[in-house]
Design a binder for this molecule. Structure first.
Ligand SMILES: [Zn+2]
Length: 293
């Protein structure tokens, strides 16, 4: 059978046509086609929804068993409604995403949070296959932190922790959520780009004192946030994903030195790259329990 998975981020919307041998067996999921289009978040929520629809219509959706969306914003697992989104996706808060898409396509379409989607994929298909309770940090435009308890796919076991908005520095930088000093203002691709280099590859490879200082602060901030989240949720394993993981060879070993000072929880890089969201959304739809989606 076939499924379509969509991953809505602040910058791009990725979608994939996925072949599924047996919905309950993660190893039988394989991506047949993958594409990416701009989110056009600056054009407002209707433009974003139109682009989500476009990204589904690029495939023969009528022949698919599952259509599932993992999107930025806090999304209620049971209802598929966006309960909170920062100004990156203006007007997105309150959007009944699952309902709108289900009506548009005349069939069930589920919506979950994008960090949750990536977590589900890594937990069942990727780096977390052998662990039970998993916490995933996704470093992108913002910092997504989601937790999966005992590999159960229901609303009480899948938690969008919002630790990206954990107050790392009281009176720190203004955040898109309206508060100040949130973790994602220090631990995100956006935050790192603030130091002058749009291409993070240059920052990670640089040898000058200023860049090294930026990175050393990033390692400390990031490991502090992880340690705090581990204390609150006690995962068996921590997985780190997002675009910067593609450049892990330049920073991961140095980061681990700081991390090990602050936390003992086993940690690994995500293994599915930018395919995690599309895979996780479909896997969640095929195996999860949703009350009102
Ligand atoms: Zn915030």
């Amino acid at each position: 059978m076939l499924g379509i998975g969509v991953d809505v981020g602040g910058t791009s919307i990725k979608s994939a046509l996925i072949e599924i041998g047996d919905p309950a067996r993660p190893e039988t999921y394989s991506i047949l086609k993958f594409q990416s289009i701009p989110t056009e978040a600056a054009n407002g929520r209707d433009a974003v929804v139109a682009n989500i629809i476009k990204s589904i219509e690029r495939f023969d959706w009528r022949s698919c068993e599952y259509i599932a969306v993992a999107s930025a914003g806090t999304i209620d697992w049971d209802s598929g409604t966006v309960t909170f989104a920062t100004d990156t996706l203006k007007g997105y808060t309150g959007l009944e995403l699952s309902k709108i898409l289900s009506e548009k396509f005349g069939r069930r379409v589920i919506a979950i949070n994008d960090a949750v989607g990536a977590l589900v994929a890594e937990a069942f298909i990727g780096a977390g296959r052998r662990a039970n309770s998993i916490m995933m940090f996704t470093i992108g435009t913002g910092l997504g932190v989601s937790f999966l308890k005992d590999k159960m796919l229901d609303s009480s076991s899948v938690v969008d922790t919002r630790m990206g908005h954990f107050k790392l520095y009281p009176d720190g930088r203004k955040c898109t959520c309206g508060e100040c000093g949130c973790a994602e203002q220090y631990v995100s691709a956006t935050a790192l780009k603030r130091y002058g280099n749009e291409n993070l590859y240059h920052l990670f490879r640089a040898n000058d004192a200023v860049s090294k200082n930026v990175m050393s602060k990033f390692y400390k901030d990031f490991s502090t946030v992880i340690a705090e989240a581990v204390k609150r949720y006690s995962p068996d394993m921590v997985i780190v994903g997002g675009g910067v993981i593609e450049m892990a060879e330049y920073w991961w070993q140095n980061f681990l030195k700081e991390y090990k000072i602050r936390s003992e929880a086993p940690i690994a890089c995500a293994g599915l790259g930018n395919k995690a969201g599309v895979l996780g959304s479909v896997y969640a739809m095929a195996n999860g329990k949703f009350d009102r989606q």
